[in-house]
Design a protein around this ligand. Sequence first.
Ligand code: TXA
Ligand code: MG
Length: 323
Amino acid sequence: MAIVSSCTTSTLKDAATSLRSGNLVAFPTETVYGLGADATNKDAVAHLYQAKGRPSDHPLIVHISSIANLDKWAREFPEYAIKLARTFWPGPMTLILPRTHLAKDFITGNQNSVGIRVPSHPLASALLKEFEGQGGLGVVAPSANRFGNVSPTTANAVVEELSDYLSPTDLILDGGPCQVGVESTIINCTQDFPEILRPGAITATMISDLIGLQVNQIATGSNKSSIKAPGLLQSHYAPKARVFLSTTPDLGDGFIALSDIPTPPGAIRLASPKDNNEYAQLLYQALRLSDTKQISNVIIIPPTGDDIAIAICDRLEKCAYKG
Ligand code: TXA
Ligand code: MG
């Protein structure tokens, strides 16, 4: 596996060619780093599942460069889905839609729907454009971490997660730290009303303000939806340290909270974000830092609000120690 630290037009062209040849390419998006494979190449996708250690019935998101390519992968989309796509793409949102014949069982985990996203990160966008220019149709990209682990928000974190599992011909593109820091909002658009399967930077309020429809939100850890999403598992996004929410740290415990909350005596401060957006940006790196520092317990004071705080609290509940 090679790491490309300064991406140019020529290195992106090579990365797209490499994807077309069946290799894996990890790349930055505005949310988290993804591990990409040609969405039409069964062998490449099999390698991707193996590298992630992910069960093969968990579906993948297809990344495309623009809404113009949507009807290759999805069909019969409701009016509200088109409105969402036109407004929030490119950006941190994934739509689950009825699939076309192109979206094979080996990417959808045998479901009749497919997840689609148009990322806004300039490197992701340029890579997808180049890939499509070379005849590619879409790139599946789960978060570039081993199954159940914290998603990577830097190229270094991808190396930590996957260097033992990638082939010599696979690539990691370094585009610096991710701006959003938590995974995209996933919206199930296979019904009359949209349903949020995973909260993210595009919030329920933003969605209902736009489309004037009620938006259902699947509760954290619930199995109510018929749709399979690993992000809905109760334990996910977890570091090695035990995470406790809103408790008082003991000597040597890690501590994460907004900057206006002082560090309790004896605790090791892992992040001091100034607001909720920065909280999302820094959270996964702070969790990784707890592992680097070999801290056993991390105390986290969750943020409040109806913005990206909802996505942060969702991830925190999932990574919290269940005893
Ligand atoms: O921000 C993101 O979405 C990142 C970046 C790389 O784009 N990707 C990401 O992928 O988080 P992944 O595979 O780690 O999480 C995708 C989630 C999974 O929980 C998966 O089950 C769900 O999307 N998903 C994908 N296709 C689906 C489908 N057809 N029905 C229901 N859930 C689906
Ligand atoms: Mg993931």
